[in-house]
Design a binder for this molecule. Structure first.
Ligand code: F6R
Length: 590
């Protein structure tokens, strides 16, 4: 999704803006631009495509400016639709993330009053509205203008006559970085980290004015917000010698598991889930990979804690869902900013449920909506495809389920001990990496794939297929193995390889029968199987060995292998792995 940066300080604004926008490239964009106040003039540059090695030496020389990477929603990617957008005078420019849902009405109204529009975007109405309300004070003009906006926005505005930037947010993230004699405002933390790790998370409705000598926040009245420290360094958000962020992040899984265990199980579990002790049911709302984490959670909670769990796509939950009395709603969201998940969480609150956010991002919007928050400590995840953040979500879900479970203490301890062994187990997966890479070369020749599993293997299959399709562009479907014969069998054949998730539990023997059925339809079958499995080789074409762990924890090990399989397949197909086409890291529109 779009990225926003605004700078006010002593450095050359264009240098800070370009380097910070590059830090946001992972979010996905199709065009970009910046505006810098140079003397009493506003200089603007906009372009389609990537920032690449943009060099403005000698072109800009101001210390205050705004920048944007755009992911098209209203109007196709083009120079005229790229931000910043200006008003009629050309003295005012804005960058905007989000969607102005009433922009058409506003545009007609403004056109009737003589405003001339030069883009197809919803954003341009903001510039014209601010212009109408401007009489020398940008902050007042912004406050008046946003009263007319419906939808969601994070906006930064600059005026050639002013000494300040004015920014505001509503349902779209915006964070202020507080440096020494400099301020930087951005939509996401990595954009700030080169300059400061002291941040202020803005709330919905906040309007902030940034000047060289400080900032002030207004939300109906002058307001203060606390300054917090980001526990990440810029190195955490860099590739560290790996070819892609995705590979680095897959390899960070052992550390991520350790971090969560160190935080929540220093001795015994010290995760406060007292708020969930009396609940009769859990509903998970989430999207994409986080939804798959919720599906794994369903099996874990039902098996360990005997709590019924429903898992809903957040985007569907809003349509007339019913919540059982005394339900806990869990919003699982890595970014904490996914618009559909936030809406579902708000709806659950309105329906009287307590809401828990499981998120990776300190201070994100999900943490404000929720009654309770548990951080899944994965560190910054830059690659669009979620990998280590999924593993972190699973660890947190296991810990909550164990804590809520009434299994004997000795059994809980055994599970915790096994969780503690997982970092080592996951590390040993990487010894099979070259085998996985060579198998991926073979897979890369196909255009369709099927992933199947049962029980814990089913959400693993869904997640494996999602990872494959999003980064390699191979059409991959995940299915419960038992469902194939109810329709998808028609797709099997020698050009449709099947990835079978074989977990050594009570699903194992029926999975072998299902595999025989698939082989009988000529599909090549690749099994992911436990390293001690001596049977499987007789039934399938290829086997990827998975280091042994208890079946309930197998979603972690098996998923990491599938992440590697997707990565190497995408690499063999020459895909742009960290920024797949059409996708964005943080989906802040519904
Ligand atoms: C897939 C992926 C997406 C996200 C989804 C939800 O690799 O990353 O499917 O899982 O957009 O994002 P969060 O977890 O930030 O709510």
């Amino acid at each position: 999704m779009c990225g926003i940066v605004g700078y006010c300080g002593f450095r050359k604004a264009e240098e800070v803006i370009i380097s910070s926008l590059k830090r946001l490239e992972y979010r996905g964009y199709d065009s970009w631009g910046l505006a810098v106040r140079d003397g009493n003039e506003l200089k603007i540059f906009r372009s389609v495509g990537n920032i690449g090695s943009a060099d403005f030496t000698g072109h800009f020389s101001g210390n205050m400016g705004i920048g944007h990477t755009r992911w098209a929603t209203h109007g196709k990617p083009s120079e005229k639709n790229a931000h910043p957008h200006t008003d009629c005078t050309g003295k005012l420019a804005v960058v905007h993330n989000g969607i102005i849902s009433n922009f058409q009405t506003l545009k007609e109204e403004l056109s009737d009053r003589g405003h001339v529009f030069r883009s197809d975007t919803d954003t341009e109405v903001i510039a014209h509205l601010i212009e109408e309300n401007y009489s020398g004070d940008l902050k007042t003009a912004v406050i008046r203008a946003i009263k007319r906006l419906n939808g969601s926005y994070a906006i930064v505005a600059i005026h050639s006559e002013g000494e300040s930037l004015v920014a505001c947010r509503y349902k779209s993230p915006l964070i202020l970085g507080v440096g020494d004699e400099e301020l930087i405002i951005a939509s996401d933390v990595p954009a700030l980290l080169d300059y400061t790790n002291r941040v202020v998370y803005l709330d919905d409705g906040d309007v902030i004015e940034l000047k060289k000598d400080g900032y002030s926040i207004w939300n109906g009245k002058e307001t203060t917000r606390s300054v917090e420290s980001i526990p990440w360094s810029i190195e955490d958000a860099e590739k560290g010698g790996y070819e892609h962020f995705m590979l680095k992040e897959i390899h960070e899984a052992p550390g991520v598991i350790e971090n969560n265990l160190a935080e929540y199980v220093p001795r015994d579990i010290e995760l406060d889930v007292s708020f969930a002790e009396e609940v009769d049911a859990i509903t998970v709302v989430a999207c994409g990979t986080s939804y798959h984490a919720g599906l794994v959670g369903r099996y874990v909670f039902e098996n360990l804690a005997q709590i019924p769990v429903r898992v809903e796509y957040a985007s569907e939950f809003v349509y007339g869902s019913f919540l059982q009395r005394n339900s806990l709603v869990m919003g699982i969201t890595q970014s904490g900013e996914t618009a559909d998940t936030l809406e579902a969480m708000k709806r659950a609150k309105k329906m009287g449920s307590k809401v828990l956010a499981i998120t990776n991002v300190l201070g994100s919007s999900a943490t404000r909506v929720a009654d309770y928050v548990i951080y899944s400590r994965a560190g910054p995840e830059i690659s669009v495809a979620a990998t280590k953040s999924f593993i972190a979500q699973l660890v947190v879900l296991y810990l909550i389920a164990i804590e809520l479970s009434s299994i004997p203490l000795s059994e809980k301890r055994k599970l915790i001990d096994e969780l503690k062994m997982l970092p080592g187990t996951v590390q040993s997966i990487f010894q099979y990496e070259s085998e996985i890479a060579s198998l991926s070369e073979w897979i890369s020749e196909y255009e369709n794939m099927m992933y199947v599993g049962r029980g814990y293997g089913y959400p693993v299959a869904l997640e494996g297929a999602l990872k494959m399709k999003e980064i390699s562009y191979i059409h991959a479907e995940g299915y419960p193995a038992g469902e194939l014969k109810h329709g998808p069998f028609a797709l099997l054949g020698e050009r449709t390889p099947v990835i079978a998730i074989l977990i050594p539990d009570d699903s194992y023997s029926i999975m072998l029968s299902n595999i025989k059925e698939m082989k009988a339809r000529d599909s090549p079958v690749i099994a992911l199987a436990d390293e001690n499995d001596t049977e499987v080789e007789k039934y399938v074409d290829r086997v990827i060995r998975i280091p042994s762990t208890r079946s309930i924890l197998a979603p972690i090990t098996y998923s990491i292998v599938l992440q590697l399989l997707a990565y190497y397949t995408a690499k063999a197909r020459g895909c742009e792995i960290d920024r797949p086409r059409n996708l964005a890291k943080s989906v802040t529109v519904e």
